[in-house]
Design a protein around this ligand. Sequence first.
Ligand code: PEP
Ligand code: MN
Length: 269
Amino acid sequence: MENIKLVKSKGKERTVIKVGNIEVGNGFVVIAGPCSVESEEQTLIIAEKVKEAGAHMLRGGAFKPRTSPYDFQGLGLRGLKILEKARNVTGLPVVTEVIDPRDVTWVCEFADILQIGTRNMQNYSLLKEVGRVKKPVLLKRGMFSKLAEWLNCAEYIMNEGNPDVILCERGIRTFETYTRNTLDLSAVPALMELTHLPVIIDPSHGTGKTSLIEPMSLAAVASGAHGLMVEVHHNPAKALSDKDQALTPAQFSSMIKKIKKLSRFMGEL
Ligand code: PEP
Ligand code: MN
């Protein structure tokens, strides 16, 4: 990894990214919400529920990079306005995906963190664009990418002047088909050695199965990750995207209680 400079660990100092009064990279941060923003009612219900359970930030896609062009593509600007309302009501900062370089500057008016999805990890023009704005970027791992390739993508963003990059492991493609992806938890301690940037885990896309999300989330805490991004829906069966991997608010709330206990225990180790 000769080419990475800005993302490379130098001594013990780690990057901490402040979003309002939340610090990503210091303690354990939980980002939760629907896969897609579907309607104002749906997003507000879920936002209130995840806030009540103890989430620190709200997630929700207004632009959805779907495998099929015939699947729900997201509400676009209308979705961003709904997220803005949810932030005003709950006070939770908003994480949302941007998929087109032409949208970056105006999406910044609605997002507290810009998400780059797995399919766009190596979209270099998009990376350069988010590197030129003053918003933290949550960079997901490409589903076919090595750590070195991923870190080079973070380098693209930082090289344009934006130092606030959060890495999110979301699973990679392997021969296994029981799970949607194979969540690479060894990436967490590996990245702690390689970079000073914060590292979080997405167990929802990482497994694709509701039943596996809690155990993988607890494993993420044990691995030393700085946080979690997880999909929650008040009526998973009716979700317009990723219904098989959405926790109900009750499941999320019960998981958060265990995460808090384990985090406390990890802090004592
Ligand atoms: C998402 O988090 O909304 C998403 C589309 O995830 P990924 O890019 O990891 O598939
Ligand atoms: Mn999803």
